[in-house]
Ligand binder design. Structure first.
Ligand SMILES: Nc1ncnc2c1ncn2[C@@H]1O[C@H](COP(=O)(O)OP(=O)(O)OP(=O)(O)O)[C@@H](O)[C@H]1O
Ligand SMILES: [Mg+2]
Length: 349
C-alpha cells in the first residue's frame, strides 16, 4: 500500500506559544504572551524528601507544607539571594511551572524567556537554559532582570538613549544603565527587600528584648515602613516573645523606629545607585537627568523610597507601573525584541 503524506496548511494561522518567566527569590511569575496576562504566580519553594532527594511538591503546595511536615521533608528555596543555590531543584521547579501552564499534552512547544539576576555565572546560565529545554521548550532565552524590568516598565530600551532602572527584589537589587538594547553599566548587590525584614527583627530584639518572626517583620515593613521621616508618626501593635520571661508580649512600634532599623540597608542601595551613576558615560548621564530613574521590584514599594533616592541623587525618580510584575511582563516583551537585544543567551532543541 502506498503511503500518503498528508500536509495540512492553515493559511495565515501560526500557532505560537511564548512565555516569560521571572525566577524570583520569593515568587516565580509566568507571563503568557499570546494571552497577554500573568498566568502563574507562586512561591519559589520546593518540598524535597531529605532522604530520597525526591521532589514532593512545588510552588504554593510546597509552601503550604512548610512547618507542617515530618522531619524528613524539607522546603527549599532554590534561588536564595537571587542566585541559584540548588541546580537540580531549580530545574524541577522550572519543569513544574512550564507543565502547569501548558498542561501535560503540549503539542506546540513554547518559546521561553527566563529572567536571571545580572551576576549569575555562565554555568548557572547554561543550567537554567537546559532545564527549560528539558522541560519542553522549543527555544529558551535568558535576559537579566534589570533589562526585563526596563522593558516591562514601558521603556524603549532599543533607543540610543540612557535609561536607568533599579530593580529591588527580595534577595537582590539590580541597578543598570541601558542603551541601544544593551546594559552599559550595572551593579548587583545582595541588599534588597528581605534585608529590611531582618533589620526590623534585629532592631526589635535589641531595643525591646522581643523576638518576632519574618512574617511579622514583613507586615511591619509594608504597613508602617518608610524611607523618609513621616510628618505624622504611624504606629502598629505586634506580638512577639519576650526574651526575658519567654512569654508572649504585645509591643507598639512606630514608623520612626522602623526607619531607624532599615536606614543602613536603604542607604546601601542609595550608595550603589550613586556608584552606577558615577560610572555612567556623560552622554547617557545627560539622558538620565532628563528622564530620571525608574524603580521596580517589590522592595521599591517601601513608602518614600523614590523620594529618598531622588534626595540623594538630585534626579527625578519614579516607580514603574506594577513594580511586582514589570520583570515578567518585560520578559514576555523581550521575545519580540530578540534582534534589538544585544547579547542574549540562547538554547534550542
Ligand atoms: N507593599 C510593599 N512594601 C514594601 N515591601 C514590599 C511590598 N510588597 C512586597 N514587598 C517586598 O518585596 C520583596 C519581593 O519583591 P519581588 O517579588 O520583586 O522579589 P523577587 O523578584 O522574588 O526577588 P529577586 O528579584 O531578588 O529574585 C519582598 O521583600 C517583599 O517583602
Ligand atoms: Mg525579581
Amino acid at each position: 500500500m502506498k503511503k500518503i503524506k498528508l500536509k495540512i496548511k492553515w493559511p495565515g494561522m501560526k500557532i505560537q506559544k511564548s512565555i516569560g518567566i521571572d525566577l524570583g527569590t520569593a515568587n516565580t511569575l509566568v507571563y503568557h504572551k499570546q494571552k497577554e496576562e500573568i498566568v502563574l504566580n507562586e512561591p519559589s519553594v520546593v518540598a524535597v524528601d531529605k532522604e530520597t532527594k525526591k521532589v514532593l511538591a512545588v510552588g504554593q503546595e510546597a509552601k503550604d507544607m512548610l512547618g507542617k511536615t515530618p522531619d524528613h521533608i524539607i522546603a527549599v528555596r532554590p534561588l536564595s539571594e537571587g542566585v541559584i543555590a540548588d541546580y537540580d531543584i531549580t530545574e524541577a521547579m522550572i519543569k513544574y511551572f512550564i507543565k502547569k501552564v501548558f498542561g501535560k499534552y503540549n503539542f506546540v512547544l513554547p518559546e521561553v524567556m527566563i529572567c536571571v539576576p545580572i551576576e549569575v555565572t555562565g554555568v548557572e546560565k547554561r543550567a537554567v537554559l537546559e532545564a527549560a529545554i528539558s522541560a519542553g521548550a522549543k527555544r529558551a532565552y535568558l535576559i537579566e532582570e534589570a533589562r526585563a524590568a526596563a522593558l516591562g516598565s514601558g521603556i524603549d530600551i532599543s533607543a540610543p538613549e540612557g535609561n536607568m532602572i533599579v530593580d529591588i527584589g527580595g534577595g537582590s537589587t539590580d541597578i543598570a544603565v541601558i542603551s541601544l538594547g544593551g546594559t552599559v553599566v550595572s551593579k548587583s548587590i545582595r541588599t534588597a527587600g528581605n534585608n529590611f525584614d531582618e533589620d526590623i527583627i534585629k532592631y526589635i530584639k535589641k531595643t525591646h528584648n522581643l523576638l518576632i518572626g519574618e512574617k511579622t517583620a514583613e507586615q511591619i515593613k509594608i504597613q508602617i515602613g518608610t524611607a523618609l521621616a513621616l510628618s505624622e508618626e504611624e504606629t502598629m501593635t505586634i506580638k512577639g516573645r519576650d526574651m526575658v520571661t519567654g512569654l508572649p508580649k504585645p509591643l507598639t512600634i512606630t514608623s520612626a523606629e522602623v526607619l531607624e532599623a532599615i536606614e543602613d540597608s536603604l542607604m546601601e542601595i542609595v550608595t550603589s545607585v550613586k556608584q552606577v551613576l558615577e560610572k555612567t558615560p556623560p552622554e547617557l548621564s545627560a539622558d538620565i537627568v532628563d528622564k530620571g530613574i525608574v524603580m521596580a521590584g517589590g522592595g521599591s514599594l517601601i513608602r518614600n523610597f523614590p523620594e529618598l533616592i531622588s534626595k540623594h541623587t538630585h534626579l527625578p525618580v519614579k516607580l514603574s507601573t506594577g513594580p511586582l510584575e514589570s520583570v515578567v511582563i518585560g520578559a514576555g516583551i523581550a521575545l519580540d525584541k530578540i534582534e534589538v537585544l544585544r547579547k542574549i543567551e540562547k538554547a534550542e532543541r
